[in-house]
Design a protein around this ligand. Structure first.
Ligand code: COA
Length: 187
């Protein structure tokens, strides 16, 4: 079985290539730039802006590759996309990992999102997670389609949970069982 944390050069649909690899603390300036560009668009992710480089370094150093991981897509020295997973920290939700993804404008719709999501799910399976979960703004049709095509299903809706440019938008919760789905029961 291939190492899900391998560094790998991937050619996208438009012929451009990116390097996929796990983050290191030295990437902080580049990850900050990527997330701030996407945050400034307002409509896709919860974060609007991160200003503090030390805070970013602390956050990056929290990914241990065992219970959490952050994968980057790099074009030269520029981070053009990232995907992360944070494993549940309580005994009751340790079987679940929360997933997030953010690709910079100009690098979207050429296959990178699918590559990063598939690699995160590959890592989750290798680490023994049973379930992936995420939250997506209801208006983000592109992201919802990607998740559905990977097998995620809608599990709930937090109604008018986010406010974007003055408009209230639902947040959709989605889940994907990585092996056999376990039915809920009474403990
Ligand atoms: C959402 C996002 C991760 C998708 O990644 P991407 O690299 O743009 O998408 P891909 O080219 O890998 O396409 C993956 C799938 O997304 C869906 N998709 C892509 N473009 C789409 C569009 N314009 N409309 C609807 N669905 C679309 C398709 O299902 C596609 O699969 P296919 O190419 O096999 O048909 C990426 O666009 C992104 O990061 N956007 C900004 C931040 C964001 O929305 N993050 C997610 C927050 S929950």
């Amino acid at each position: 079985m291939a190492d899900p944390l391998r560094a790998e050069r991937v050619t996208l649909r438009d012929g451009r290539a990116v390097l996929i690899r796990p983050v290191s603390v030295d990437d902080a300036e580049a990850t900050l730039k990527n997330i701030n560009l996407i945050g400034a668009e307002h409509v896709y992710i919860m974060i609007e802006r991160v200003d503090n480089l030390d805070e970013e370094r602390r956050w990056l150093s929290s990914f241990d590759g065992i219970r959490s991981v952050l994968l980057l897509a790099l074009a030269g020295r520029e981070v053009v996309g990232s995907a992360d997973c944070q494993g549940g920290t309580y005994p009751k939700d340790r079987h679940v990992g929360g997933v997030g993804i953010a690709i910079r404008d100009g690098w979207r719709e050429v296959g990178l999102g699918r590559v990063l999501m598939e690699r995160i799910l590959e890592w989750m399976r290798a680490q023994g997670f049973e379930k992936a979960e995420l939250a997506v703004f209801a208006t983000n049709a592109r992201a919802r389609r990607l998740y559905e095509s990977l097998g995620f299903v809608e599990e709930g809706v937090r109604r008018s949970h986010v406010r974007i440019r003055g408009a209230y938008v639902d947040e959709v919760l989605m889940g994907l069982w990585l092996g056999r789905e376990v039915r809920s029961g009474v403990p």
